[in-house]
Design a protein around this ligand. Structure first.
Ligand code: SF4
Ligand code: SF4
Length: 370
């Protein structure tokens, strides 16, 4: 049987807008039968890097929270800290950015919990039949939650396109260590001595003691690095960075699928829902510290219990959509794949095929319009 994907077009129909349709979809998906009274429910979304203006609007998360409460669950809105250095690299910075973007306990009606906590904490999970990464650290509060509602903003991405449910779970629910393993070939940072200010924060935080202070300057010994990723976001000088280009998109995709499998394996079957918002579809993801104009006009909401089917259905609608006027996809010919045009060969269909072969879900789906 094909996976069912509910689709609510962005247009208002008979006075019903997207918030009304989101409620209808959550009812159709049987949210109240998924959640038992008193269970904790992680509402996982990206609250937008500082400088972003096209991240998920807080009202969508609030709507999910209200429906979770109605179903008897105890929701918390959540995400994890970033591997890179900007304004979500640690719990304090993330909560400040979230509040600036309209995500607070008051606006959400529930706590906001940064899932890897103060110390980038997670639980190591073995991946059954991994494509690339046999072990993945899942962020602590994701691991502890009873249910998960994934709320993803569909965008393009230089490595994993479309960036949607599979990426929201695989990259978004794991620790810095896992993110670094997904993105890099050596799973170690790069040290640029010229940028080092000598603040010595790295000496204090590195669990591998990979940094030392000799002759009035910092020395980095990659052999001692255990790949936790903690130093990257903490280095204020920008001397410790992620070697983003060390890994091909193909390997990042494989690692992301492994991480997805690890996260999902920590929940009982049937305890996860996936919602994709195909609105403000930009060339780059919400981790970038600015927002360009969209490349595809608003499409609507998609939701289901199969992350791959929901992502594939969203992407098929994108492929069949015209480009946004004035954007890089404005003059796309119908034969050109939008992700391949933007990324010069990311292999979007290969990603879907790999996810299907790995058992994430099905690429065949039945689209049910709401
Ligand atoms: S944290 Fe960064 S800037 Fe500070 S000493 Fe270490 S490498 Fe240099
Ligand atoms: S990634 Fe972790 S172990 Fe490696 S150098 Fe940075 S802090 Fe040390």
């Amino acid at each position: 049987m094909k996976s069912q994907v509910y689709f609510a077009p962005a247009e208002v129909v008979k006075g019903k807008g997207l918030l009304d349709k989101l409620k209808i979809i959550l009812d159709k998906l049987g949210l109240s039968s998924i959640i038992n009274e008193g269970e904790s429910v992680a509402v996982k979304l990206h609250m937008g890097e500082a400088g972003q203006t096209r991240y998920i609007r807080p009202v969508f998360a609030r709507q999910v929270v209200e429906k979770v409460k109605e179903a008897g669950g105890r929701p918390f809105v959540t995400d994890t800290t970033t591997l890179y250095r900007h304004k979500r690299g640690n719990l304090f910075d993330y909560l400040e950015t979230a509040a600036y973007h309209g995500f607070t306990a008051e606006t959400m009606g529930c706590p906001i919990i940064i899932a890897d906590g103060l110390k980038n904490t997670g639980v190591e999970i073995e991946v059954v039949s991994p494509l690339r990464l046999p072990r993945i650290k899942v962020a602590q509060y994701i691991y502890e939650a009873d249910c998960l509602v994934s709320l993803s903003h569909i965008t393009f991405h230089p490595f994993v396109a479309p960036a949607a449910s599979i990426k929201n779970i695989g990259m978004g629910c794991t620790t810095k260590e896992a993110k670094m393993a997904m993105h890099t070939s050596e799973a170690k940072p790069t040290f640029k001595a010229k940028k080092c200010t000598g603040c010595r924060i790295c000496l204090r935080i590195c669990p591998g003691e990979a940094f030392s202070w000799e002759d009035d300057r910092i020395h980095f010994d990659p052999a001692k690095c255990v790949g936790c990723g903690d130093c990257i976001a903490e280095c204020k000088g920008g001397a410790i960075t992620v070697p983003w280009q060390s890994q091909a998109a193909y390997q990042v995709q494989r690692g992301t699928i492994d991480a997805y499998q690890a996260v999902v394996s920590t929940f009982a079957p049937g305890k996860i829902l996936f919602i994709n918002l195909a609105l403000d579809i930009t060339e780059l993801c919400d981790c970038i510290h600015h927002s360009d104009i969209p490349v595809i006009p608003d499409i609507g909401l998609l939701a289901g219990t199969d992350a791959l089917a929901v992502d594939k259905a969203g992407y098929d609608l994108i492929v069949n959509s015209p480009g946004y006027p004035g954007s890089k996809l404005a003059d796309r010919s119908p034969e050109e794949d939008p992700a391949e045009k933007l990324t010069e060969g990311i292999g979007v269909n290969r990603f879907f095929d790999m996810a299907e072969e790995a058992g994430v879900g099905q690429t065949e789906y039945e689209l049910i319009k709401v």
